[in-house]
Design a protein around this ligand. Sequence first.
Ligand code: C2E
Ligand code: MG
Ligand code: MG
Length: 741
Amino acid sequence: MSEKRPNTIEQKKNVRHLSEFTENILIVDDEQRHLNSLRELMADNGFNVELAHNGEEAINRIKTKTIGLLLLDLNMPDMSGNEVMDFIKTNKINTTVIVVSGESSFEAANSALKHGAYDYIKKPYTTEALINSVKNALKKRQLEHDNLQMQAKLLESEKLHRYLVNKSPDIVYMLDTNGRFTFVNKRIETLLGYQKEDLLGKHYTSIIHEDDHEKAKHTFNERRTGERATTNVELRFRCKNNDCAPRHFETSIIPIEISAVGIYNTKNDLPNNKFLGTYGIARDITERVEAEEIIRFQAYHDMLTRLPNRTLLKDRLNQAISHSRRNHSKLAVMFLDLDRFKVVNDTLGHLIGDQLLQSVSVRLKKCLREGDTLARIGGDEFTLLLPEIHGPKCSEMVAEKIISSLEHPFNINGHEFFVSTSIGIAHYPDDGSTMETLIKHADIAMYSVKGNGKNGYRFYADHMNEVYSNHMSLETDMRRALSQGQFKISYQPQINIETGEVFAMEALIRWDHPERGSISPYEFISLAEETGLILPIGEWVLRNACAELKRWREAGLSNIRIAINISACQLEQDHIVKTIIDILHENNIPGEMLEIEITENVIMKDIENGINKLTQLSNHGINIAIDDFGTGYSSLSYLKRLPIDTLKIDRSFVHDMQNSDEDASIIKAIIAMARGLGLNIISEGVETKEQLELLKAWRCKNMQGFLFSRPIKQNDAINFLKSSAENTAIMFEKCNTSAEL
Ligand code: C2E
Ligand code: MG
Ligand code: MG
């Protein structure tokens, strides 16, 4: 700062050099003469200086201002130069002192240097000696200053790097040539729970999962650099004392992905640089691994029950078959289908259905050995793989265990459910040698159980194949049946036993199959419902039965009502009410002369919608009957909300009422309830006089059953009705020749 304009080139050079670093220079001497000549000399050489006339003045200046260089006289009256230097030393003031003194003794010079002088210039001095000394002192100071600055910068930069390394989300480490840690960043503490000190000097294997030691070898001893060095190797680290952050899958082991390079002493560029160790970065990939694991789990499991799905089953089954082939052993594949599960789902909703499926899965799992695979492969379908069994006895045992495990009811949200299952069993190698055949044969055997009363198990047998393919072709045939006029309607009378009058005829569909003959609706209605074919078929029944009623009415039989069965899916149709009303209009039939029969489950499926549509129908005078009453999930509160006219007691109760007190009580309760609610009651399936008498005694006057008449073919219905109207008295004895046999 205190510089004069430079004159010579040399001076300019100096100034340029020093301009980056300028210092205040103070000359201290008690003699004004010396001060003046020194100042001039310094000025001539481009230095601007300040002056002090004694030690005290110098000290004051030093205290208040940064003085880089002091040209100091030794002998001064108030205070010696050495004392000034002592002050500087004691107060750790960064000032360079060049003593300029008349003292020529070696002791004086020695003592001055001991007191901290940088140089000692003896008066009289040569300009060159003095200026050189000044320049050297300033240069030294400049170097020191630069050095300090460099150090500070380095410190900053080191701090920054340390910060970056320690704050890194990855573990950063260095190993020596023997694989021992020489450096680890702080991430190790949060991620694995170790302190840095725990690991420094330790071999890397101390943090690697035992099973990964072999794999870790190459990574942790990496000597390569550049592109060939290790990148993204997946390994597992072990936590200290299992105390890392809680994790989803595993608490003591952390999956990491590691990249490593060899470190070399690069002071010289020789090809065989000295290998110093390995540097690496390890990244916590827990989240990714967890996500992958979840995705993998989802790909191979059913999310509702957490059981293996079809894909995993196939995989395991294929493996089991290969194993059995090699070892000449047996295995079993079981196909399980829950009986009437659809009813639960349809009536109580999917939520309860799902909960029930979960509870069933839990029970099923309890019946299995370790190594068995239970898979859910569809709605209520399960497949069970029993590898390594001795023979059918084993699979039989498991099937029985499953069936008996389902004997106790399930309680879901306060509802009690009895669930049974039909099980088909196929064995390797007897029933098939490939996965597809075994599953198919187990499925066929299951169908056979379904067709024979359900709730049981069967081993696959070749003859079942035929029945099964019949079932499959039934669907194809049914699609043609309507257009080819294979459906017919029969009518079964409903009698008032007090008067002997036929008051209604129930329309019951028949299928005259060209090859198989007559097929019962029990066989094809549920298939028609499953495939949606019930919609055109149901409408066909409505139109034809009403057209038939029209004929009866035109023949003078205007007191006869027609009862028509309606399926759940029909009632779900938006236009069903309009369709029915239109059909009635077309045939000139008053609403009162039609009764539609629905099962309890139909209403329960979508209660609000059901109530709405039935109310509309009822408003048109149409009667509503609940068919097969007592077999579904009746709830009195719903019955009260529905516009019901009639309850039809299911024929299974009538059939068993003489042998079962329970069934008798149910009938009596239904009759009492109907009476209480002001509903009509009709008993179905009355076959014997004894049944008739009992029902009569219980005050049920309306009946339907083989005792009175089997369903009558359409062509004969009108004659039947006419003759029964003429002579109702002989009704009970009559076995009408036109009735179905
Ligand atoms: P459902 O409506 O309960 O009809 C009564 C069934 O019991 C009829 O069987 C009838 O033939 C039979 N039955 C009548 N009296 C006796 C008897 O004394 N003893 C015995 N063992 N059985 C008797 P069907 O005609 O085979 O019909 C079976 C079921 O198929 C019907 O049961 C009904 O639910 C359904 N179904 C029939 N026709 C139709 C239709 O057009 N549409 C719909 N959706 N379902 C229909
Ligand atoms: Mg019916
Ligand atoms: Mg019925």
